[in-house]
Design a protein around this ligand. Structure first.
Ligand code: GLU
Length: 587
């Protein structure tokens, strides 16, 4: 899909809104649409069957957590190259009654056999793709444990009940769209190496064509076993055995991993304190380490807070946003990693005073030449005992995948949930008999050090996932999150700036062309952007665009309006159009 410049972009958004208004009073089963406003619960995901699964659970009286797990399980069927029970993620939950934000880190962990030189041979890094497509890249999956913790602690329904919509979709099948076919085509070589993957996604050696019905009875079976036996089946029972056997003997000439039954049995999700920050009167809750998302978004916003962005033209705002992002990424790349292994200077990095120092490095009219250096946040730590001052790191090759969903319920509980199997199609290895792809999350580690993010036994690789909740005057204002590897951070950051500073409605903010500056040689932009007037205006500041261009991050959001309605916002174009639903449409 060609990206358009701002004036042209607003038009489709308005048309979309018009169509929705026309449908506003239609009875149930609304057409798939990327924006919906109404009362009661709301959901936005990138897949209509997944949004429908969440809505069904809300309509049965389930809460936002129940509905989020139902949507996630459905996404594991309909968007299997982005997410699923073979991976991990980060779920953020707002409990309205307690006015409390909780995060559940169910990031994949390194097996106990891992060591810092895991991805090296004879002192040299193994080729990245060779590691991706191997048992070595597979971390102990955390998704099922995450769902279990979420439901057990904060849900109102059983795992058995919330898995029912996904079991039905997997058994009865769903219609493959063009985006799905494209993803198979782009990963055909990887998927064809592993017979269980080829059997599912290729037909006579070719990608399943758009319009065909895909059934995944083996995934339905995995979900049924989870429904019957709960979390133990996955971590200690038959599914655990199947995972270990597959990781250690992946076939297809791929390198084996070294995962054990004990690695699965020992897997724990972590309940972590969210990272709290403020921005122009909003209270923001972000994902803490091992995701770098919360810290990087907070640091960049703290830098931007020092400017009166509202009084500036859009090109200047975007220039400052790119520069702030560049500096935040320099720090993120240098310092952040699993907090159980590394003392990262989070307080310093997220302090307003540190941001003021970083801001001094930004030229108001000129892009920084070359890479920004990491700053020194240690003097800004309240805890001066943090000893480690790691060197700045090189940029990691990071993918651009994953999925984000968001749900709220009639009682005001909210879930913002990002989960993944890392690359499109993860390692490419499907677990035979169970129909799900295994992650390649271990390639989110740095392959060589010294660096805080090198592989270690039981460690969680640094993530960029950034489910975010914003509050104003103590009340929910919006939720936002995105897929897209390290571009997740910039998508969340840019959408907040678009919405809060540039005054865009959330659907405009999500729809706007993405600019992702991650302290690389150039800023990533989407196809069609570089020729626009907006791009030319930014080029005058010396901003540079990367040569290869692809779609960046299909985001999903909720906005809690002053009149008591909620607006669910998904993508109008990216990743094949998302689906936003509300329990009761506003008239
Ligand atoms: N592995 C990535 C992360 O944790 C997510 C996968 C992706 O979006 O590429 O940040």
């Amino acid at each position: 899909m060609q990206r358009t410049s701002t004036p042209h972009r607003i038009l489709p958004t308005l048309l979309v809104s018009t169509i929705i208004v026309a449908q506003a009073c239609a009875p149930a089963a609304w057409a798939k649409s990327p924006v919906a406003t109404g009362f009661g619960g709301a959901v936005a995901t990138i897949s209509d069957p997944a949004s429908q699964a969440a809505l069904a659970i809300l309509n049965q009286g389930g809460n936002a957590v129940d509905a989020a797990v139902a949507a996630a399980a459905a996404l594991g069927v309909t968007d299997p190259f982005s997410c699923g029970i073979g991976g991990g993620g980060f779920m953020m939950i707002y409990l309205a009654k307690d006015k409390r934000v909780i995060t559940i880190d169910h990031r994949e962990t390194a097996p106990a056999s891992f060591k810092p030189t895991e991805f090296q041979r004879d002192g040299k890094e193994l080729p990245f793709d060779e590691v991706v497509e191997s048992g070595m890249s597979v971390g102990v999956p955390g998704t099922v444990r995450g769902w279990h913790e979420a439901l057990d602690r904060y849900g109102s329904m059983t795992m058995k009940r919330v898995l029912q919509p996904a079991i039905r979709i997997a058994s009865e099948g769903f219609t493959v769209n063009g985006n799905f076919t494209r993803m198979i085509a782009e990963n055909e070589r990887k998927l064809s190496r592993f017979p269980a993957s080829a059997k599912l996604y290729l037909k006579s050696g070719k990608p399943l064509p758009a319009g065909s019905t895909l059934r995944n009875p083996e995934l339905a079976q995995a979900y049924r076993e989870l429904a019957a036996g709960g979390v133990k089946v996955f971590y200690e029972g038959r599914i655990a055995r199947a995972i270990v056997d597959t990781v250690n003997q992946p076939g297809g000439g791929a390198r084996p991993g070294g995962m054990t039954m004990a690695d699965l049995a020992n897997y724990e999700a972590r309940l972590r304190q969210p990272l709290r920050s403020t921005y122009r009167g909003y209270e923001l809750y972000g994902m803490p380490l091992p995701s770098s998302g919360g810290v990087a978004v907070a640091e960049a916003l703290n830098i931007l807070e020092g400017y009166d962005l509202k009084s500036m033209p859009r090109d200047k705002v975007e220039h400052l946003y790119l520069e702030a992002s560049r500096l935040a990424f320099a720090d993120r790349n240098a310092y952040l990693a699993d907090p159980e292994y590394v003392e990262a200077p989070v307080q310093g990095l997220t302090s307003k005073d540190y941001a003021a120092r970083r801001r001094e490095l930004i030229a108001p009219d000129r892009a920084a030449a070359g890479h920004a250096a990491a700053g020194d946040p240690y003097p800004f730590q309240q805890d001066q005992s943090v000893p480690l001052r790691p060197p700045a790191s090189k940029l990691l090759a990071e993918g651009a995948h994953t999925t984000h969903l968001t749900v709220s319920d009639k009682d005001g509980n909210i879930v913002a949930y990002t989960f993944t199997i890392e690359s499109w199609g993860g390692s490419g290895i499907t677990v035979p008999g169970y129909g799900f792809l295994l992650n390649n999350e271990m390639t989110d580690f740095d392959f060589s050090g010294p660096h805080p993010n090198v592989p270690e036994a039981g460690k969680r690789p640094r993530s960029s996932m950034s489910p975010t909740l914003a509050f104003k005057n103590g009340k929910p204002a919006f939720s936002i999150g995105s897929p897209g590897g390290a571009t997740i951070i910039t998508t969340v950051l840019q959408t907040i700036v678009n919405h809060v500073d540039l005054g865009m409605s959330m659907d405009q903010a999500v729809d706007a062309p993405r600019l992702s500056e991650r302290n690389g040689a150039a800023t990533s932009v989407e196809p069609g952007y570089t020729g626009t007037a907006a791009a030319q205006a930014l080029a005058k500041y010396g901003q540079r665009w990367s040569a290869g261009q692809e779609e960046i991050g299909a985001a999903n959001a909720l906005v809690f309006n002053a009149d008591g309605t909620v607006t669910a916002v998904s993508e109008g174009k990216r990743h094949g159009v998302g689906s936003a639903l509300v329990q009761k449409k506003a008239h």
